[in-house]
Design a protein around this ligand. Structure first.
Ligand code: DGL
Length: 261
């Protein structure tokens, strides 16, 4: 059982930002990553639509004998993780915007949250604010269109930069000194964001924390791989873009053989 792979899913290529942390922390774990790019973005879909997509991908990964699932998507976690945990009996790790660490890190008491509209409108996000956002001012910003730019691999294109400036402006105007990257696509434009907001603003994302949580869960369940071999990382996508594999390679930072779903 412990030699089985770890399944990681996202609406598209964003979860690769989490996959990198997982691979760095657990270099002997075989990984299977599914990008549901044909159906991205999830951020403007109903919870029912997102649940249906997540179930389809989870069924696929479970058929590949994964030992655990990582929902490397804030939007999908908010919409679907409850239904997934009711349906499947393997461990499922999800993620949520880093409001708690941001509330601890802020010096002036103003934090910004960049996320999808779906995440910001979810009951889970409301509960997160209720638990950890009480003593700080939280300025939220839904980033419509940004995921699509990153899906195309356009990290530095004029359209991407214009969207980032538009979405960061209100957070800066409110004086946020800490900004949460509440969508797994956004770490891929972290440098561009930092350039706009300046070095004095702290950017926080959850990839490293998710990898750590995954490691703890595998330890707790006795599922850590005992292999000392270099892990295999397999990528699947249902993207219809001709350059899908190049985008994956650009974000992963290495050669990949991407399978079509
Ligand atoms: N990567 C996703 C997230 O973390 C969702 C992006 C989307 O498909 O809208 O929220």
């Amino acid at each position: 059982m412990s030699s089985r792979p770890i399944g990681v899913l996202d609406s598209g290529v964003g979860g690769i930002s989490v996959l990198k942390h997982i691979h760095a922390l657990l270099p002997h774990e075989n990984l299977m990553y599914v990008a549901d790019s044909k159906y991205a973005p999830y951020g403007n879909k109903t919870p029912e639509e997102i649940i249906a997509r997540c179930m389809t991908i989870a069924d696929f990964l479970i058929a590949q004998h994964v030992k655990v699932l990582v929902v490397a998507c804030n939007t999908a976690t908010a919409a679907a993780i409850g239904a997934m945990r009711e349906t499947y009996d393997l461990p499922i790790i999800g993620m949520e915007p880093a409001v708690k660490p941001a509330a601890e890190a802020t010096k002036n008491g103003v934090i910004g949250v960049l996320a999808t509209v779906g995440t910001l409108q979810s009951a889970q996000f409301a509960a997160l604010l209720e638990s950890y956002g009480r003593n700080v001012r939280v300025v939220t910003q839904g980033c419509v269109g940004l995921v699509e730019c990153i899906e195309r691999g356009e990290l530095d294109a004029p359209e991407t930069r214009a969207l980032l400036e538009k979405y960061l402006k209100p957070l800066l105007a409110e004086g946020a000194d800490t900004i949460v990257l509440g969508c797994t696509h956004y770490p891929f434009v972290k440098a561009q964001i930092q350039h706009i907001v300046g070095e004095n603003v702290t950017l926080i994302d959850t990839g490293a924390a998710v990898a750590k949580q995954l490691k703890n869960k595998l330890e707790e369940k006795g599922l850590l791989s005992t292999s000392r071999e270099k892990a295999k990382v397999h990528f699947w996508t249902n993207s219809e873009a001709e350059n899908a594999e190049q985008v994956t390679e650009k974000l992963w930072g290495n050669h990949v053989d991407e399978h079509r779903l």
